[in-house]
Ligand binder design. Sequence first.
Ligand code: ZN
Length: 307
Amino acid sequence: MRNDQSQHIVIEEQGLRDGFQSEKIVVPTERKLEIIDALADAGVPRIQVCSFVHPKRVPQMADAEAICRGLRRRPGVIYSGLVLNLKGVERAVDAGLDHVAASISASDTHSRKNTGKGLEEVQAGYAEMVRTAKDAGLTVRGGLQCVFGCRFEGAIDPDAVLDLVKRHLDLEIDELALADSTGMADPRSMTDLMGKILELAGDKPVILHLHDTEGRGLANALAAIQAGVRYFDTAFGGMGGCPFIKGATGNIATEDLVAMVERMGMTTGIDIRAVAEISRSLEGFFDTQFPGSMHRVLGNDAIKVVL
Ligand code: ZN
């Protein structure tokens, strides 16, 4: 079945990685494991549980190995780890993960600032990362960051993105992911580019990672759904950011996207009341308010919500 004929939306929860890495307070490992269990109980089919980055650079993810060791795996749930270099892939393999998400930037300047290497140099190393993970029997989600814009370069040339996508698909990745890391996309650029990318990807799942930095997150998700995208990254309560992208704020909220698509007659299999409870308990933990809407609405007994 082609992606675009399904009425089912597949969600990957990114709050434990994209969300937690943007907060100063480090969440204890056991609490993370409880949240992973609660997400699986709520029917979330894919969970990014950690990233294998340098613990000094991202101390919030320093317990990646402990998280993988402690996973109480549920059948059918994909547990994913983010890897940004070969060392990360080797750590993920040693930690016993079955699935990694690797990604490089679509912006040369962002790539140089983030990794110290330009796009050409990064791609050679990237191919080796994918091959190493595949050789170890892992499934690989290969992705591009900053697809719809970069704070250093501004708009990214769509033809250059399509060229990078083709080169990605040549690496025999299992899934293709595109990130609007800076939240600069708009519904029209989304429809135009995702239509072309879905053509190139054929039957390979295409996952979209959207940030709501400029307030167009859900509008962009809707445009992508209309273009045929069925896989989305989201974060509980709309947590998130990127420590290396200035002004990068939250992901689209899991509860908000699920509520929207289910109201439109699509399915996700996710109990958003249960996810909203996780978000509200974490707001208490971090002593903050997350930017999403539905987790707060669902926590207010005075508001009768029709789901
Ligand atoms: Zn992100």
